[in-house]
Design a protein around this ligand. Sequence first.
Ligand SMILES: *[C@@H]1O[C@H](CO)[C@@H](O)[C@H](O)[C@H]1NC(C)=O
Length: 125
Amino acid sequence: MANSFLSFPILGSFLLLLFAISGGSLRPANGQASGQGVWCIARPSTSDQALTDNINYACGIVNCSLIQPGGSCFYPTSLMNHASVVMNLYYQKAGRHYWNCDFKNSGLTVVTDPSYGDCKYQYAL
Ligand SMILES: *[C@@H]1O[C@H](CO)[C@@H](O)[C@H](O)[C@H]1NC(C)=O
């Protein structure tokens, strides 16, 4: 009798502990619940030089065929568009840590999918 009275809080604490431990691993990376997303784009005021640098940097690491002629994100052919697409590819590939979208403070994380038309911004590579 005394045993069952005492064991419940112990068992309860144990289950709470298990829940707390497993809670982190039930979610995708960086605490995003499924159905949500975080993308990286170029900050609107970024200079053409910085955008070009970001494209060159990202395209040394990810496949940039999306922003090349024939790619689904080639149009509009602006540095801002092209940089945003490949900065996001890099951000996703690198693991979506906040510093993966820093790009010397020219990157911006957004929670609204920036995809347009056939140009799909990837989430979770
Ligand atoms: C890049 O992606 C395109 C389209 O998926 C593919 O055809 C091409 O082979 C890839 N290039 C490299 C270097 O992986």
